[in-house]
Structure formats: C-alpha cells, structure tokens
Design a protein around this ligand. Sequence first.
Ligand SMILES: Cc1cc2nc3c(=O)[nH]c(=O)nc-3n(C[C@H](O)[C@H](O)[C@H](O)COP(=O)(O)O)c2cc1C
Length: 184
Amino acid sequence: MGARHGAAQETRVDESTRHTPHEGHSVEAGLYREAMSRLAAAVHVVTTRGAEGRAGFTATAVASVSDSPPTLLVCLNRRIQSAPAFRQAGLFAVNMLSAEQEAVAQSFGGRGGLSGEQRFGVGSWHEGELGLPCLAGALAVFECRLIEARHVATHDVLVGRVEAVTLGPAHPSLVYLGRDFRRV
Ligand SMILES: Cc1cc2nc3c(=O)[nH]c(=O)nc-3n(C[C@H](O)[C@H](O)[C@H](O)COP(=O)(O)O)c2cc1C
C-alpha cells in the first residue's frame, strides 16, 4: 500500500529519524546536503557564449517550468567564475547528458581544474541555432533566452524561454545520486 500523508499518519513517524529545527533556527546545511544527495538527478551541462568566449558548468539543478510556452529554469551558483557571463549573454543552452558523457560532466564540474574554453576540449561541440555551444550526442539540447534572473540565497535562478530544441539519440541517461554518477 502506498504511503499516506494524513494527520494520523504523521503521528506515527519515528522521532529518531526526524530532524526538526528548533523554532527560529534553520536546518543545518550538511543535513540538507545529505538529504539532497538521495535525490536522483539528471546531469546537464549549461553553456553560454559571452564577450570572453564560451563558458559552461555541470548542473543538476535544472527543472521544467512550463510547456506553454516552453520554459525551464537552472540554478547557478554566483561563485562560479563564468556566472556573470550567463547574465550578460542573455542566452544559454541546456545540454542533457547521456550515460556515455560522464567525462564531459567531470570537465564542466571543474574536477580536472579546467576552466572557460579549456572545458570544451572534452566532447564534440558545435554551434546551435542561437549560436550557443551544443554537445553532439546529448539526449536533448534546449537553447534558451534568459527571461528572468533572480537572486536566491547563494544562487541565481535563471529562467529561460526555450527557443530551439535538438533531440539526440534516445540513449540511457547520466544521473547523479549518492554523490556518484550512474547510468539509467
Ligand atoms: C554532478 C554535479 C552537479 C552540479 N550541479 C550544479 C548546479 O546545479 N548548479 C551550480 O551552480 N553548480 C553545480 N555544480 C557545480 C559546478 O559545475 C561547478 O561549481 C563549476 O563548474 C565550477 O566552475 P568554476 O571553476 O568556473 O567556478 C555541479 C557539479 C557537479 C559535479
């Protein structure tokens, strides 16, 4: 039987597994990160082309907002070196990675110490319809116009209107779960 969410069910929650903050205190960041590590999330590389050339970063914080008109959002840490380029360019592409593209995710996650243009040495990149860096073999690529950017805590929530979609091969997907890459 599926989980019930009524008040009666609430009282049966095991208190030893419950981490409720005291009134006026926020949840500790490490606990929040541990909980979020249990969320299976598709891996993307978000790219742009600015005055200083191409830039991109690996992202799991990507979500669909609406299909009418097609709209999505990406959460971008403002400490990322290329963060200003995304606001300035006003355009970005979301490349949804296939299971074979873990090396691309590593490169754009900053793990090899690569930055800016150097990251595009991993994977095969071409210009999309809006002139944005698009990854060959990605499951799908969404080229977006930035319609809203909102500061929320450490991140900018970038809302993009999707102006072009490229469908790639229907291969297995690259997912991040338990602080590790997995193939689904
Ligand atoms: C699997 C994975 C998912 C990530 N998801 C995000 C994300 O959603 N948003 C974000 O701002 N950074 C995310 N990052 C971190 C950025 O990719 C990383 O901080 C960035 O590439 C660093 O760039 P810099 O060296 O130019 O500052 C993620 C990294 C990995 C490996």
